[in-house]
Design a protein around this ligand. Structure first.
Ligand code: ZN
Ligand code: ZN
Length: 356
């Protein structure tokens, strides 16, 4: 296997033209004994890519290659790496490094490490900028590299590594399973995975959507109930119903009736948001009374740990779960990104390698 990969990718040069990505070479991270190098074959298109490229989460580094749903073939492994060898299929999600020594890292919560290194738009301590997966290759610490089960195709697994994991982790953490009623709000890339996983985990699933054009799809994904959020005071039909309400919405707005939504939660039910809107779009104010009525809780979640990811992949393998995706060549990333921003994707784009 070649170890002299040429690293280049579709990079943001000018944020005012955020869909006009240009091919640029970049410097990969310095290869360390715990690193795995991967020649990328597929990369999913995540809402994070849009928020980053449009500068919605703040000024990004430039030039910048985004993409953090990465799958490919291992080309090189460091001397400490035992679980991968050249030729294996492997993937990287939204995180590529952490301190490996803090309490969170030691407890298997490396996704919450305060010094975690995100897959793109972050920087290694030596100053090398982390570039993402709309590119030829990536190097990452083995803890953040995932083995791909033989039964799952690369095109299918790519978007599991951020979108899938981001919803799998909170579903597991908050007890999704048989006998539980789970609400999924916002049926896009993340929400569609949340329906697939929650059903596979044995829960009764309520999908909440404002888009009536998605109802047939949602039922095919396996949701038991569809709640139309366009209906006035829709929450009043579901008092104290849900054990978990998982929101993937990445736009909030002052008028979002969060307090009313909480009335749908059963006693000690949890509202968990995994959608991360632009920095100028906080959650709305909420009165303490809204928590008292059912003793409910509000929280968040950040991607998932390696353990979560391995479990998720095993669930997908054993239950033969396939995501709803559309493939495009990597050079069409701009079109895919614009469609994600315009909410036209059904339900995830996966870019295929076209740089050689
Ligand atoms: Zn993502
Ligand atoms: Zn740490």
């Amino acid at each position: 296997m070649s170890t002299n990969m040429q690293f280049k990718g579709y990079a943001l040069i000018d944020p005012s033209k955020w869909t006009d990505l240009q091919v640029r070479e970049f410097k990969p991270k310095n290869f360390q004994p715990d690193d795995v190098e991967i020649a990328i074959t597929h990369c999913g298109v995540c809402g994070s890519d849009v928020h980053t490229l449009t500068q919605g989460w703040g000024e990004s580094k430039l030039p910048l290659v985004v993409g953090h749903e990465i799958v490919g073939t291992v080309t090189r492994v460091g001397e400490n790496v035992k679980d991968f060898k050249p030729g294996d299929r492997a993937g990287v999600g939204a995180q590529r490094g952490s301190c490996m020594s803090c309490r969170a890292c030691k407890d298997g919560y490396e996704n919450y490490c305060p010094n975690g290194i995100e897959t793109y738009n972050s920087e290694y301590p030596d100053g090398v900028v982390a570039q993402g997966g709309y590119s030829t290759g990536i190097r990452a610490h083995q803890q953040f590299v995932f083995p791909i089960p033989d039964e799952i195709e690369s095109r299918d697994v790519a978007s599991m590594l951020c979108a899938g994991l981001t919803v799998y982790s909170p579903l597991k953490t908050h007890g999704c399973g048989p006998g539980k009623k789970v609400g999924i709000m916002g049926i896009g890339g993340l929400g569609h995975y949340a329906i697939l996983w929650a059903k596979a985990m044995g829960a009764e699933v309520h999908a909440l959507t404002h888009d009536q054009g998605k109802i047939d799809d949602i039922k095919k994904m396996g949701a038991d109930h569809v709640i139309n959020t366009e209906k006035k005071d829709f929450w009043k039909d579901y008092p104290q119903t849900l054990d978990i309400l998982l929101s993937t919405r990445d736009v909030h707005g002052e008028k979002m009736p969060l307090g009313d939504w909480l009335s749908m939660l059963y006693v000690h039910g949890r509202f968990i948001t995994v959608g991360l809107p632009d920095t100028d779009d906080p959650l709305p104010g909420i009165h303490a009374m809204k928590f008292a009525a059912n003793g409910c809780m509000i929280g968040g979640s950040k991607i998932g740990s390696k353990q979560d990811c391995l479990e998720m992949l095993e669930l997908a393998r054993s239950k033969k779960i396939k995501p709803w995706i559309e493939e495009m060549p990597m050079k069409k990333a701009g079109t895919a990104l614009q469609n994600v921003k315009d909410n036209k994707v059904r339900y995830r784009y996966v870019l295929t390698q076209d740089l050689v």
